[in-house]
Design a protein around this ligand. Structure first.
Ligand SMILES: C[S@@+](CC[C@H](N)C(=O)[O-])C[C@H]1O[C@@H](n2cnc3c(N)ncnc32)[C@H](O)[C@@H]1O
Length: 323
């Protein structure tokens, strides 16, 4: 059930059923239109008909990963507010992505979230289809009038081979334990290029404060880490075909707000930190920052583009999850 209630869910289901029927006749993939195609409702999904919380093809380890405890559902309400950028910076990011995409072709946004990229790109006339595993993030995107949304796992995409030309994926691969499976799936469904944006945090006082959390956890015996690879670190494993600086952003960061965001576990790498260690790490941040109101943060924002053939080769041998 979506947070917006039963009536809404019924409307979405009716809409999806209509789109799916239409689609089966006309298109190689179901059209979500203004609704969200759920995993179990999607005729091309390997999960079609399966209860959503019961994935028969997972091992118990994978099932744990896919449980709600690691879902972005938990921060859907505050996601946009805690990841905001000045308007002119965001416009430059959207323009740069748009410049790497082809309006005539179908584009997949893998891990579309609340539609921060898909929304403005659709408004510019790009044919973007968004996929995400989090129903609540998708619901937020739908509230913002983002269209063509599919609830699915990137490691088992519910689409036929080669139905997309390009894929965008931003801030997603670090969350996925089988991130190479996700890449293999992306390279199966898309033909031309893989586009991402690296938000590279530069050395700065704000970065030092962020690091305090990880360091405190480490001292207490817990290594804070991602289960996948950040897109911004992918160039170290597979150099991109093109890399272009979009903007360098220096801005003041409100220190108490930063600590509050950490305290409420806004960032996914904090989600597996045990409560007692988390509490002590926050205390360490507070003590180190006592009396400090704002510090400067610095970020380099970079457009990264890979030829999909190289992504395919790189992820070859990673069998996508199958039923
Ligand atoms: C940090 S958010 C980024 C969302 C969006 N790309 C953005 O930058 O605004 C990561 C998104 O990836 C989604 N995600 C994580 N694992 C996924 C998976 N296995 N399949 C599909 N989506 C996944 C999360 O639900 C979340 O919405």
């Amino acid at each position: 059930m979506t947070p917006t209630g039963k009536a809404n869910a019924t409307a979405i289901n009716a809409h999806n059923a209509h789109c799916i029927l239409l689609n089966l006749k006309l298109f190689p993939l179901p059209r979500a239109g203004r609704g969200i195609v759920r995993m179990k409702d999607n005729p091309f999904s390997r999960l079609a008909g399966a209860p959503q919380q019961n994935y028969p093809w997972t091992t118990s380890d994978e099932l744990l990963y896919m449980s709600d405890s690691l879902s972005f559902d938990r921060i859907a309400d505050k996601f946009d507010a805690t990841r905001s950028y000045p308007d002119e910076t965001w416009s430059a990011v959207i323009e740069a992505i748009a410049g790497a995409l082809d309006k005539e072709k179908r584009i997949l946004e893998a891990g579309v979230g609340t539609g921060r990229f898909a929304g403005p790109l659709q408004a510019k006339g790009f044919n973007v289809v968004g996929v995400d595993i989090s129903a609540r993030m998708l619901e937020k995107a739908r509230e913002k009038k983002v269209e063509n949304l599919f609830e699915a796992d990137l490691r088992a995409l519910p689409f036929r081979d080669h139905v997309f030309a390009q894929t965008i994926s931003i801030h997603v691969l670090h969350l996925i334990k089988g991130w190479k499976c996700a890449l293999a799936e992306i390279a199966r469904v898309a033909t031309d290029s893989f586009v991402s944006v690296g938000f590279m945090k530069e050395e700065s006082p704000a970065e030092e404060i962020r690091r305090l959390y990880d360091e405190a956890c480490k001292q207490l015996g817990f290594a804070v880490q991602h289960q996948g690879v950040r897109e911004r670190d992918l160039p170290e494993l597979l150099p991109p075909d093109s890399e272009k600086l979009i903007v360098t952003l220096e801005r003041p960061v409100d220190v108490q707000k930063l600590i509050e965001d950490y305290e409420s576990r806004t960032y996914s790498q904090e989600w597996s930190v045990p409560d007692d260690i988390h509490a002590q790490a926050i205390q360490a941040m507070r003590e180190a920052c006592e009396g400090v109101e704002t510090v400067m943060g610095k970020e380099r924002i970079v457009l990264l583009v890979w030829d999909m053939k190289r992504i395919r080769k790189f992820s070859k041998g990673e069998e996508p999850y199958r039923t």
